[in-house]
Design a protein around this ligand. Structure first.
Ligand SMILES: *Cc1c(COP(=O)(O)O)cnc(C)c1O
Length: 436
């Protein structure tokens, strides 16, 4: 049996295999809760972008760059894997920039996003000679120019515009609407004003226009609208004598969390974006094209394995309690996100159950009223598509250490993140002398 979006797993002989490894055996060997990341799936996802967008380089002679959004999953093994494949980095903090450098991402493939970059982070970006800061406000523009001046450098900048496009996704992950905190508003002229200011400044070099409208988009039309708004703005800039080299359309392509619903692919995205951009080829020079996918590179590569410790019947629900919890993977609690769940052992009987973690919060539920192979105590359940915004959002709530993570690949199974211990939980706490 196959699952939509998960190309490297299968159910065979009643067992669940990830990259050819039996999930129950992985759980036994490494303990639970356990994140399993499939190297093979990440490669497939990355190559789908490269394949789909090859046409951009062929038709325009300009670059196409994938800058992986580190916030989706910045585990060092994952970032090194993507870097080796040739992928760039979209970072949003000094910490992520540090990880990108450790992962040997070439500086010309690093872009720096975020709406509150500190002076320290700006220094770090300038010293790394990153491709561009995606400037989010006039205040930030001024700080970047001043900081570059102090360092005797020139900083490359792109402007993040707010195009007021509805991405038709969950409100908590939409970013390109007027009411959102991100970007410089285009319609009111603030974005143009900021760019004109920048061209007068001595220590910044305007290279691009950037936009990111939201995440988990399952409809292509907002991307087309976004590309149009960006290109209309590039045309407007050209009229002002400002030439743009890079157009960065952010991330946002969704993945099929629900296994019975086909959604647009990298190919659909490429066709939509490339065709829209090419409509402008008589008006402006075609730019380098940058995308910042996070979720669509790594989400479908990740599985969270949890062991069933208790089963409880209430008058309305049968609860299956597993040792993974919302601190390990908070998307369902935070966004009411749907994640497919299976029992890693096939049974003769299915049962309707709700799957919960063990934290003291009613929102600590991974799925309600799911038909799965009849769970029994000690079974292993797999929560699908947790490779993005899983471990990167994990925390220590309820004094729970974050889980282990392994990478499965053709080369074997590798531990890529150690489980946090009780000692780790208090490692940064300091007790003052009078309480010792
Ligand atoms: C979160 C984010 C991304 C990645 O979004 P995905 O939906 O994971 O592809 C890209 N760019 C920016 C600016 C972001 O904030």
């Amino acid at each position: 049996m196959k699952f939509l979006g998960n190309d490297t797993v299968e159910i065979k002989d009643g067992r669940f295999f990830i990259d050819g490894y039996d999930a129950v055996e992985l759980a036994e060997k490494f303990g639970t809760p356990l994140y399993v990341m499939s190297e093979e799936q990440i490669k497939i996802n990355y190559n789908r972008y490269i394949e789909a967008f090859k046409r951009w380089e062929e038709e325009t002679g300009k670059e196409f760059i994938v800058a992986y959004a580190y916030k989706a999953n910045a585990n060092l093994a994952i970032t090194k894997l993507l870097s080796k494949l040739g992928c760039g980095a979209d970072v949003v903090s000094g910490g992520e920039l540090y990880i990108a450098k450790l992962s040997n991402v070439p500086s010309e493939k690093i872009v720096f996003n975020g709406n509150c970059k500190t002076k320290e982070e700006i220094i770090m970006g300038i010293e790394t000679k990153i491709r561009s800061f995606n400037v989010d406000s006039i205040s930030e523009l001024i700080l970047i120019n001043e900081t570059a001046k102090e360092l005797g450098e020139t900083a490359n900048i792109a402007f993040r515009i707010n195009p007021n496009v509805n991405p038709k996704t969950h409100p908590k992950i939409s970013t390109g609407l007027k009411k959102n905190k991100f970007g410089l508003d285009v319609e009111s002229g603030i974005a143009l004003k900021a760019i004109k200011m920048a061209t007068e400044m001595e220590h910044v070099n305007v290279v691009g226009v950037h936009c990111h409208i939201g995440s988990q988009l399952t409809d292509i039309s907002p991307f087309i609208e976004e590309a149009r708004k960006v290109m209309d703005f590039v045309v407007e800039l050209k009229k002002e004598g400002i030439e743009i080299e890079d157009v960065n359309l952010g991330g946002g392509l969704g993945i099929p969390y629900e296994k019975d619903k086909q959604i647009p692919t990298q190919k659909d995205l490429a066709d939509a974006i490339i065709n829209t951009l090419l409509e402008y080829k008589d008006k402006v020079e075609m730019p380098n094209l940058i995308l910042e996918p996070g979720r669509s590179l790594v989400a479908t590569a990740g599985y969270l394995l949890g062991r069933v410790h208790h089963i409880k019947e209430t008058p309305i629900t049968k609860w299956v309690m597993i040792d993974a919890g919302m601190n390990d993977m908070m998307r369902p609690a935070m966004y009411e996100a749907y994640h497919h769940i299976i029992n890693c052992k096939v049974k003769d009987e299915k049962e309707k159950v709700s799957v919960a973690g063990g934290l003291c919060e009613s929102s600590d539920v991974f799925g309600r009223d799911r038909e799965i192979d009849k769970p029994e105590v000690w079974d292993i359940l797999a929560i699908f598509d947790v490779g993005a915004y899983g471990i990167s959002m994990a925390n220590n709530y309820n004094a729970r250490g974050r889980p282990r993570m392994v990478l499965t690949s053709k080369k074997g199974v590798f531990l890529i993140r150690e489980r946090e211990t009780y000692a780790d939980l208090i490692a940064k706490d300091i007790v003052p002398p009078h309480l010792l």
